[in-house]
Design a protein around this ligand. Sequence first.
Ligand code: ADE
Length: 345
Amino acid sequence: MSAKLNTLPDRLLDWYAVSARDLPWRMGPAARATGERPDPYRVWLAEIMLQQTTVPHGARYFLAFTERWPDVGALAEAKDEEVMAAWAGLGYYARARNLLKCARQVQALGGFPKTAKELIKLPGIGPYTAGAVAALAFGERAAAVDGNVERVFSRLLALSGPWDKAKARICREVSALVPADRPAEFAEALMDLGATICAPKRPNCLICPVSEFCKAREEGVPERYPVKTKKKPKPHRTGHVFLLVDGDHILLERRPDKGLLGGMLGLPGSDWREGELGEMTGAPARGDWRALGEVRHVFTHFSLGLTVWQGTLDGDRPDGVWTQIEAVDGLPSVFAKAFALLERG
Ligand code: ADE
């Protein structure tokens, strides 16, 4: 029989006290024990960045952002294009637009609200982020349940029914377990457990501090959990993208605010259509286009293959953001991959 779940927090917190990861946005357990609290701005920024991003990748951006915009007021006053360019490579660009909106609202409010109930009203803050910021920055007894915590608890409880129901049950169980005196460390300990021990593919049960609570371990195949129905394969889209060069400048374009990669700089090109690559369309000027190769990128809802063409302008410059080739920066990954194929004369 696995041990009673209500004694799990103590066990987990003992482990966290000696095993906490040292992360640039984190206030470690020793500092917390002295009553110190982390800066809500740093906590919030990290949580937004770490959605859909690995810790090492997110950490680079976190350090660059906090160096350039050390507090929420500085970020609120930043130019949209500067923030979008600094976000390039992190993906999911709606997050960057909401980040700025949120910073401006927080600045207008005079600071971050201190409860999950109020935080969730801000742009880009969902139930997970609201819980995480409330617990980590303000010590509210709030749960922060993301995909990692769901995986950990689907194993602890060996949940195999419909995934929606399992998730609701996990939220209830985690909420009930959050200790009133140490909600932040509890949330952080679960993050660390999910990242370092209860990993998706090869959970390391031998060193797990809470293995005695785990029903999946008792069954013998913890990696079977979480049990989710198979995802449909992503559709594949194709298109053309153009590197139009005039002297030492190249043509970029600002993408419309709404839609995929909204508000980011990009390269001109065709629509992206499902199915086989059609003939070359979408060129920004007539010319002698040479195919340089193909780049691939995977978005949330589809994969993409773009054929990259290079041409030299012969005639008037079409409208767009003409940029010195040496100064090109802030392209989202898919366009950065295409730009990397540019052959310099
Ligand atoms: N994943 C999401 N938020 C995190 C955080 N604050 N620390 C480490 N990993 C995380």
